[in-house]
Design a protein around this ligand. Structure first.
Ligand code: PGA
Length: 254
């Protein structure tokens, strides 16, 4: 593999302790070190960001740390919220925005997603924008799924100034594949991603990097990263489990 592939990890709300988080970071650091052609992006729970950044620095891990979400306003009376500006000050280099768990469990609307994209980009962060259809749409057929995801993509694009396009990547994550243990077929994911790239190129004259996410593990990762059009993977569950993470790393750098 000559072209750099992206290994993005979304630990979600795992693990429970900082000690465990440091162990996950250490395995992630090994993956980053071993794989010459991997770019490693890790999004731990934001509370661990500062400690993990110090750890990554002292151990010289070749990886970037980021946020799984953030609030667009830098500071203010928003109880419980953490802003992208705060994450940046602790060393976040990127942010995931619009993850389906945020959209469904926390009722994030397209317009909030757009605000967050703009805010994170304005701060100089790289942004991973998640798009993907729910099972109800997928059941209506492939065409409906393509239309749904294309609409999400174009909606997100309204918040992205062309000059910031280089700092944006998209993650296509069919919601029915997330956490289900049933990844999409890599060739199908590749087709969707190639379609989305073509939409961007025809509308805006340039495309963006695109990842696949949804039940990627050590058994499937290789197929995804070698599939035409797919620039890397966004891994949830398997990235926050030591055994599964090791298996992923082995397959990634094979
Ligand atoms: P999963 O999650 O790998 O656990 O399916 C992916 C994601 O939500 O980004």
């Amino acid at each position: 593999m000559n072209i750099k592939k992206i290994f993005a990890a979304n630990w979600k709300m795992h693990p429970v302790s900082l000690a465990e988080a440091k162990r996950l970071l250490s395995v992630s650091g090994d993956i980053a070190r071993r794989g010459k052609n991997i770019e490693t992006l890790i999004a731990p729970p934001v509370l661990f960001l500062e400690s993990l950044r110090a750890e990554a620095k002292s151990r010289k891990y070749r990886l970037s740390l980021g946020m799984q979400d953030g609030f667009s306003v830098p500071a203010g009376a928003y109880t419980g919220a953490v802003s992208f500006a705060m994450g940046k000050s602790l060393g976040a280099a990127f942010a995931i925005v619009g993850h389906s768990e945020r959209r469904t469990l926390f009722n994030e609307t397209d317009s909030l997603v757009r605000e967050k994209i703009s805010a994170a980009l304005a701060l100089g962060l790289r942004v991973i924008v998640c798009v993907g259809e729910p099972v109800a749409i997928r059941k209506k057929g492939e065409k409906a799924a393509y239309r749904f995801v294309e609409r999400q993509l174009l909606d997100a694009m309204k918040a992205i100034p062309r000059k910031h396009m280089r700092r944006v990547m998209f993650a296509y994550e069919p919601i029915w594949a997330i956490g289900s243990g049933k990844a999409m077929k890599p060739e199908k994911a590749g087709e969707m991603i190639s379609f989305l790239k073509a939409v961007l190129t025809s509308r805006f004259g340039e495309s963006a990097q695109m990842l696949y996410g949804g039940s990627v593990d050590g058994k499937t990762v290789r197929k995804f990263i070698t599939e035409q059009g797919i620039d890397g993977v966004l891994v949830g569950g398997a990235s926050a489990n030591i055994g599964k993470l090791k298996a992923l790393g082995k397959a990634f750098s094979a």
